[in-house]
Ligand binder design. Structure first.
Ligand SMILES: [Zn+2]
Length: 140
């Protein structure tokens, strides 16, 4: 756990996303699965975008995927990130279910080594005692 003061903005969970963040705290990657049609969805929402059912459950997913797209941030949008630039933010397409893409930082990898289709896996960063952020590192 990082014991220094965390000065960056933190997620503000809402009723739809609270379980996702609770899962991260337990180092589990959770997504919603519609009980009407079985579709997995992320980001969390109260209604299925396929069948409009409001009945769903939370399921753990493996947390492995490939980089679908990414950017390198050179100018910090917030002064708390200024020491981190240049840093990578990627869309990761999960292996299972492939219908889900998640956004997050790429870690343990030089920016110039990032490529489309690169296999990655989730890592959980306990940034405060209350908040854990999912990030992505190359799969070995
Ligand atoms: Zn559905």
């Amino acid at each position: 756990m990082n014991t220094s003061i965390y000065e960056k903005p933190l997620p503000q969970p809402d009723p739809d996303s609270q379980m996702f963040w609770d899962g991260c705290k337990e180092h589990k990657l959770l997504v919603q699965q519609c009980k009407g049609c079985g579709t997995h969805r992320f980001p969390p929402d109260s209604m299925c975008y396929i069948c409009q059912s409001r009945d769903y459950e939370w399921v753990a997913v493996e947390g492995r995927g490939v980089i679908y797209s990414w950017i390198i941030v050179h100018y910090s949008p917030h002064r708390a990130f200024s020491r981190d630039v240049p840093y990578a933010v990627a869309y990761v397409e999960l292996n299972t279910p492939k219908t889900i893409r998640m956004c997050g930082n790429i870690v343990n990898c030089k920016n110039e080594d990032i490529s489309a289709g690169m296999p990655v896996e989730v890592v959980f960063d306990d940034v405060t005692p209350e908040v854990t952020l999912p990030r992505w590192k190359p799969t070995k």
